[in-house]
Design a protein around this ligand. Structure first.
Ligand code: SAM
Length: 254
């Protein structure tokens, strides 16, 4: 097995991950300021990374050993093989191809914000559910959660994760449009990207009940003004902002 190591900011590296899979990567692992992509053999890649050979058996064992629980109080996101003794609410997520293992700042910002804003009994929409982690957290907080994603491949993973956590969550293929018949929602959480929030802002209003809240993340600090402007133009009131690294979460009330 060979590992291709690339250095860069998350902003530079994130868009390369699907390309690395397209070029045959068997696994891609994000570490501090680096991406490690595992390939059966080295190949000519245009990204300026370095190749290292690694023993076959060590790869999976090392990956499992190095994958740490991800704390996002009151939650901790665990892989199925982790054990946890702390008081946090465990979310067990099988790390796979779907985004949402708790190792990205935006997922953690959304988990913490859910705990601050969700009221038990809220109907919750998780737009862009990925691994289902946010919808599962919402269900654990007493919400009635719906997770939607345009990528049909993530849905079986999200469903399996919900079963692992012993919660009932409905998952659907699609985007905001597919979710509207299940609304109006008391809470919407969306870890997408700034331009998508900007385009969706007027529809977020349609999806939410009066008094409902929108928790928006996946937003780089420098792109936050786009989302602020669009949400305020759509008539939302700013509630709070939180940041981790170069990422922000913006919360609005309808
Ligand atoms: N919710 C998880 C989390 O916070 O860790 C995953 C977030 S991941 C950054 C974004 C997810 O949104 C991906 O699974 C992607 O397929 C999905 N997605 C992208 N554009 C979308 C859209 N227009 N409507 C619904 N889902 C979308």
């Amino acid at each position: 097995m060979w590992v291709y190591r690339l250095k860069g900011t998350p902003w530079e590296l994130e868009p390369l991950i699907p390309e690395l899979f397209d070029r045959g990567a068997r696994g891609v692992w994000e570490r501090e300021g680096e991406v490690w992509a595992y390939f059966p053999a080295p190949l000519d890649l245009p990204y300026g990374g370095v190749w290292e050979e690694v023993p076959e058996e060590d790869w999976l064992a090392a990956w499992r050993r190095d994958l740490k629980p991800a704390l996002a109080p009151p939650f901790v996101v665990l892989a199925p093989w982790h054990t946890w003794e702390g008081p946090e609410v465990p979310l067990v997520i099988e790390p796979g191809m779907a985004f949402g293992t708790g190792h990205h700042e935006t997922t953690r910002l959304a988990l913490k914000a859910l705990a601050r804003h969700l009221r038990p009994g809220d109907r919750v929409l998780d737009l862009g559910t990925g691994s289902g982690v946010l919808a599962i957290a919402a269900a654990k907080l007493g919400g009635e959660a719906l997770g939607v994603d345009i990528d049909p491949l993530v849905l079986p993973q999200a469903e399996a994760n919900a079963r692992r956590n012993g919660v009932q969550v409905r998952f659907l293929e699609g985007s905001l449009e597919a979710a509207l018949p299940f609304g109006p929602f008391g809470l919407l959480v969306a870890n997408l990207f700034a331009e998508l929030h900007e385009a969706f802002a007027p529809r977020y209003r349609e999806a939410l009940a009066p008094g409902g809240k929108a928790l928006l993340t996946g937003i780089l600090q420098e792109k936050a003004p786009l989302v602020r402007r669009a949400m305020e133009e759509a008539g939302f009131l700013p509630l709070e902002e939180a940041a981790e690294g170069e990422w922000v979460l913006l919360a609005y009330g309808r």
